[in-house]
Design a protein around this ligand. Structure first.
Ligand SMILES: Nc1ncnc2c1ncn2[C@@H]1O[C@H](COP(=O)(O)OP(=O)(O)OP(=O)(O)O)[C@@H](O)[C@H]1O
Ligand SMILES: [Mg+2]
Length: 464
């Protein structure tokens, strides 16, 4: 469900997962609020207001992707993350840029379908249960139901009265709902279309004209198959089928298209990889620069606003929010085409993370690495306690490794924490078996496990 959060609320939510990076959080929070504001304008004005797209500039592993991903989660907006460097110019081999809009729509359809499925769930379950009883007691169906099988060998005799049949159904229904029949086998006819989208992707056909794709899809026959399954599995399948019958796919599509257009977010990662650094082989025919420029040129109409053809109709990109991100180590934002730069008026820098931030990254978020580790080992019956000094030491070692090796930001914490827990992760079941139920992680322990590796440059390149 779409939520309308204020900028302050958005930042508060992001703060729960991402440490520091206040500028970036504020920028995305405002962008989200602006779209809500726009939707409340009268149509004439609303048409004029374009989203203020954002470029996040910052080194690797400091939270760029994480901010965008959490933002999408907490607003319920359709979201895709694409790597700009994965695209190639139209006419070359590779994915064309319009595919990101198709992907975005696909996400929106999945979300809307899920929501609507929720509203018909009870009905679908009832219908599925009725069909299961039909399968379990052939011959008792209420007249008109389609699963008419001869009552041979079943519970039912031809001379059985209507009341008797109904009583049998009622009893089965009760047992079914109580889950008592879950293990029993039934035979089920399953009708389905092969997953064409996967097939097309494998054949490289997901790039073809959507109208053509639709035509191809109609040519592929439905497959029907009789299959024996447990009642539990059959229930799942039948609920799915009944849900499909109850849902209005046109309504889903139109709602999804409008959500995509009004609140979709495209996260364009590695935008710096398609910027051609000035002075570097400009105009050299066939050089990578030519292709980067080409991708930028293809990207421009989508970011500026155009209609993209999809299998579910046109999607207008005018009000989709684009959040681009890149490290911009070698290239700078000014190396992008001017027109493209103009479409990303908001620039925010994310700062490199140091020891202080790492301590907070380890401690504060509800899903922090230390909490994940505690949860995992908790399953083994081991309580893990971190001394503050141990967390300081992990942060310190991560910062040190980032300084001496390559700076990979908060990602370094994962390798360090992994190293700290290497032995415990292996031994945990045995420790628990021997009656140990608690391990305290001390600074000494952390340094014993990790420091030798950090100090040996060759080894650390290999291990961390
Ligand atoms: N500021 C932060 N606070 C908490 N966790 C962070 C922070 N920055 C990064 N992380 C964690 O580090 C990992 C990598 O972060 P993220 O994917 O956001 O990096 P990025 O900035 O997009 O880097 P890249 O340029 O390599 O794509 C994630 O698991 C994320 O949770
Ligand atoms: Mg990223």
């Amino acid at each position: 469900m779409m939520k309308n959060l204020t900028p302050r609320q958005v930042v508060e939510q992001l703060d729960r997962y991402i440490i520091s990076q206040a500028d970036a959080k504020r920028a995305v929070a405002v962008a989200i609020r602006n779209r809500w504001r726009r939707r409340r304008l009268d149509a004439d004005m609303a048409r004029e207001v374009y989203p203020k797209n954002i470029i996040m500039i910052g080194p690797t592993g400091v939270g760029k992707t994480e901010i965008a991903r959490r933002l999408a989660d907490l607003t319920g907006a359709p979201f895709v993350k694409v790597e700009a460097s994965k695209f190639t110019e139209v006419g070359y081999h590779g994915r064309d840029v319009e595919s990101m809009i198709r992907d975005l729509l696909d996400r929106a359809i999945a979300v809307v379908r899920d929501e609507m499925a929720g509203t018909v769930q009870a009905k679908a379950e009832d219908a599925a249960n009725e069909r299961l009883v039909d399968l379990l007691a052939p011959g008792t169906e209420t007249p008109g139901s389609e699963a008419g099988q001869p009552p041979e060998g079943g519970y039912v005799q031809p001379e059985d009265s209507v009341e008797r049949r109904q009583r049998l159904r009622d009893r089965l229904m009760e047992q079914l709902k109580a889950g008592e029949l879950d293990e029993r086998e039934v035979e089920l006819t399953i009708t389905r279309k092969p997953a064409t989208s996967v097939m097309f992707a494998n054949m490289g056909l997901d790039q073809m004209d959507p109208d053509m794709a639709g035509m191809f899809e109609k040519l592929i026959p439905e497959q029907t198959k009789r299959r024996k399954t447990t009642v539990a599995e059959a229930k799942r399948i039948l609920i799915e089928q009944e849900t499909d019958k109850l849902l209005d796919s046109d309504k889903i599509t139109s709602e999804a298209v409008s959500r995509t257009e009004e609140s979709g977010i495209v996260f364009l990662d590695e935008i710096d990889k398609i910027a051609a650094p000035s002075g570097e082989g400009k105009g050299g025919g066939g050089s990578p620069d030519v292709s980067r420029q080409g991708v930028q040129r293809d990207l421009l109409p989508i970011v500026e606003g155009s209609a993209v053809n999809t299998r579910h109709g046109l999607v207008h990109t005018d009000h989709i929010l684009f959040i681009a991100a890149g490290a911009f180590h070698t290239a700078s934002v000014s190396d992008l085409m001017p027109e493209l730069q103009g479409r990303f008026p908001i620039r925010v820098e994310l700062s490199a993370l140091g020891k202080e931030e790492f301590v907070r990254v380890l401690k504060e978020p509800g899903n922090s690495l230390t909490k994940q580790q505690q949860a995992l080992l908790g399953v083994e019956g081991l309580e893990i306690v971190f001394e503050d000094a141990a967390i300081e030491a992990i942060a310190d070692l991560a910062a040190q490794a980032n300084a001496t090796l390559e700076n990979i930001g908060a990602r370094r914490l994962m390798t360090i924490v992994e190293k700290v827990f290497e032995q415990i992760n292996f031994d945990a079941p045995d420790m628990a078996a021997e009656g140990q139920d608690k391990v305290t992680i001390t600074e000494t322990f952390v340094r014993e496990q990790v420091a030798p590796i950090v100090q040996d440059a060759d080894l650390s390149k290999f291990v961390l």
